[in-house]
Write a new protein. Structure first.
Length: 554
């Protein structure tokens, strides 16, 4: 179904990608943290408190989920994006005024509040873009959510490249950029971000075009990061490199135009199908009455003809997925599956975030130079992206071709993450490089798989609210592991000195990472339980539906 003015689901996807490219302010705290500390006269403890509010704000997205669910009839994602734009400006602009001396120094509680508001804008941008993409492409939600979460993971590296090209050595301008750029870009593009659930036959090839662009951008950024850590880049070279990056970031417009040009052909084909098949309505979606009847049939033969091979009433575990309405947050929280997913994410996201938060101290204790440690931090965003994109795309492939339930991939990636923690704990030469790749990749996988699984198990209507509740597992797990495990064990090793010079080699962090490896493996077991609990649901409902849609497209 074509939207007036060319505002189709393809233009919505391109606009969402661009918004995600500038919404990763929570990944850039290290750029301006020193300026914040020196200009405001904060102690290290006070600065850590500000960073804590940044992490909490970047994960406390319940309000954005509730707003999205309540505004479906009144604009869908647009009010959510508008609030995110306001929060970004309202948070970062006063902070910029404070660090430049335009206003008096801010009290610590007020600074924490402003940082919370600024970072909380990310949840509004992310909720609007991810949930809209999942609703627009319900049968390829793994791929499209992986693209959205992937560009969010790359946004930190993109913003830093823009800063180094335009304002190198002036961190106060970075704060001004964070206040202005996401706000203006979002207000400019939010009218293009809308829900359009019309199904088309050639969605996958166009989505593959967006996927290819995301991979090229990630590879290009990785090349830049490695290059600039090997040698300083002249100003003209940096400008040229960033100009090429802008061209790559503009290329989703070409994919959107290509997708739009195919829509009229698809509409003609779908109109012919609609005339022959009374089950298809004018908007190319199945009649809800037919859908409800179809979903109550447990299993279909994979051969053409759709002959039922099993019948009978659904089990108690399956009835919850066959309701006319999607589950609300309270309904979802009453299920065992919700808490299995929540705890698995606390184990995976918490241990991954604890690793990146302490990677500088770990590198110092293992004898890495500051330059090597900075390279590791920069490359983390690339591993994070590859995990986010790869998990969505791979899980889509195996679900659509083999019928594998997605929770299985959470179990596999958390098991691999536990191996990464053990490798880091060993302290052998190169262990931090190898282990950080494992942990970074698998950490990114969780951020992609969790929202997809949430939308499939609990439904799309309240996906934003339910997933943002589950995402609170990340700061909770990070707090427990960073403060109660890594921080506590580190303080025990160095005593009252609290000095990294008193802690060399692997003994300071070995036990901490063995504990985090055990936690990750526990999360793998929990997600394996979720896999067995939802396996029949994926085999009986999701996989047959995808197979039938695939037959209709041929």
């Amino acid at each position: 179904m074509r939207i007036a003015g060319g505002r189709t689901k393809w233009s919505a996807t391109a606009a969402s990608i661009w918004i995600q490219c500038t919404s990763g302010s929570i990944y850039c705290f290290g750029v301006y943290s020193s300026l914040l500390q020196s200009s405001q006269g904060y102690t290290r403890t006070a600065l850590n408190t500000v960073a804590l509010f940044k992490d909490v704000g970047g994960n406390a997205g319940l309000s954005s989920g509730f707003l999205y669910s309540s505004s479906v009839a009144g604009g869908g994602p647009r009010p959510v994006l508008a609030v995110g734009a306001v929060l970004s400006f309202a948070g970062f602009f006063p902070i910029w005024l404070a660090v430049t001396g335009a206003i008096p120094r801010l009290p610590l509680p007020l600074m924490c509040l402003l940082m919370f508001l600024a970072s909380n804008s990310t949840t509004f941008f992310n909720t609007a873009c991810v949930v809209t993409a999942a609703q627009n492409f319900p049968d390829n939600r793994g791929t499209v959510v992986g693209i959205m979460k992937g560009f969010l993971g790359l946004s930190g590296a993109i913003l830093i490249q823009l800063f180094r090209t335009s304002f190198e050595g002036k961190p106060s301008y970075f704060l001004l950029m964070l206040a202005v750029l996401p706000t203006l870009l979002t207000l400019l593009l939010m009218s293009f971000v809308h829900v359009n659930q019309a199904q088309h036959r050639r969605e996958k090839p166009v989505l593959n075009g967006f996927s290819l662009i995301s991979l090229v951008v990630a590879g290009y950024l990785m090349m830049i990061i490695i290059w600039e850590n090997l040698q300083p880049l002249p100003s003209l070279t940096r400008i040229f490199i960033f100009f090429l990056l802008l061209i790559l970031l503009a290329s989703p417009a070409y994919i959107a135009i290509k997708g739009n040009s195919q829509d009229p052909v698809q509409q003609q084909e779908e109109a012919l199908i609609s005339e022959r098949n009374p089950l298809i309505q004018e908007d190319n979606r199945l009649d809800p009455r037919v859908t409800r009847e179809y979903e109550t049939i447990p299993v279909y033969d994979k051969m053409p003809g759709r002959v039922p091979v099993a019948s009978g009433p659904p089990t108690c575990g399956e009835r919850i997925y066959m309701r006319d309405n999607d589950l609300t947050l309270l309904q979802a929280m009453r299920t065992i599956n919700f808490w299995l997913l929540f705890l698995a994410m606390a184990c995976g996201m918490g241990s991954g975030l604890a690793t990146v938060n302490n990677i500088g101290q770990i590198g110092h204790s293992l004898g890495y130079t500051s330059k090597e440690t900075n390279t590791l931090v920069s490359l983390w965003s690339i591993w994070n992206f590859l995990g986010r994109f790869g998990a969505g795309y791979t899980s889509d492939y195996f679900l659509q071709s083999k019928g594998y339930a997605r929770p299985l991939f959470i179990s596999i990636t958390l098991a691999i993450m536990s191996v990464g923690h053990v490798v880091i704990s060993s302290g052998i030469p190169g262990a931090l490089y190898i282990g950080s790749i494992f942990v970074g990749l698998c950490y990114g996988c969780q951020w992609s798989l969790a929202p997809i699984i949430t939308s499939e198990i609990f439904g799309l209507r309240h996906m934003g609210t339910v997933f943002n509740m589950i995402s609170l597992a990340s700061p909770l797990g990070s707090y427990i592991l960073s403060v109660k495990v890594v921080g506590y064990l580190f303080d025990m090793k160095v005593g009252r000195l609290s000095d990294l010079r008193a802690c060399a080699n692997s003994h300071c962090f070995m036990i901490s990472f063995l504990v985090m490896g055990s936690v990750s493996f526990s999360g793998s077991i929990l997600s394996l339980v979720l896999f067995f609990r939802t396996r029949r649901f994926y085999e009986h409902i999701i996989f047959p539906r995808l197979q039938n849609l695939k037959r209709d497209s041929t």
